[in-house]
Design a protein around this ligand. Structure first.
Ligand SMILES: Cc1cc2nc3c(=O)[nH]c(=O)nc-3n(C[C@H](O)[C@H](O)[C@H](O)COP(=O)(O)O)c2cc1C
Length: 144
């Protein structure tokens, strides 16, 4: 399996209803493709994490990257994922989570923004730390 983590800039303001619709569409599509993950929105920034079979994830990233409602700022990916971080979530529950402003998501967004806005490569070490933060988010999600 493969996992991808990216941040993007919303090119329009998303209302709560639009975010909810996005979450419902994504959950439905992702379940059919066995993609699980996590989506978060704050201050016109999206953070999305996806995991699943490599070619399926590549296709989905390509589709999402062409969505004109946002613009990708930074993306990291890792092959050889063995255990899913969000086995239960085809982007489910995101509507609730999107509005619970969490320090972990903010840290990921701020870190990736610095690299993205300055067109810098994200070092291996930082990539590892970002995925470690996703581990933290996944353990929070398992507790709830
Ligand atoms: C930030 C963001 C995240 C998205 N995430 C997903 C996703 O996880 N799964 C998905 O199917 N579509 C996602 N989309 C929507 C796709 O870009 C596209 O609009 C949608 O898949 C089209 O669905 P359709 O082929 O059923 O018309 C996302 C869009 C945005 C802006």
């Amino acid at each position: 399996m493969k996992c991808v983590l990216y941040i993007s800039k919303a090119l329009k303001s998303f209302t709560n209803e639009e975010l909810e619709l996005l979450s419902i569409t994504s959950t439905g599509n992702n379940q059919k493709k066995d993609i699980t993950g996590y989506l978060y929105y704050e201050n016109k920034r999206f953070l999305q994490y996806m995991e699943g079979e490599e070619h399926i994830i590549n296709q989905m990233v390509d589709k999402i990257a062409h969505d004109e409602r946002h613009e990708l700022l930074a993306l990291i990916e890792k092959q050889d994922l063995v255990h899913r971080r969000f086995p239960e979530w085809g982007m489910k529950n995101i509507a609730d989570l999107m509005f619970s402003n969490s320090a972990i998501e903010t840290t990921i967004i701020q870190t990736m923004s610095i690299f993205g806005e300055n067109h810098l490569n994200i070092s291996e070490r930082t990539q590892k730390e970002l995925f470690n933060l996703m581990d933290d988010l996944s353990s929070v999600s398992l507790e709830s």
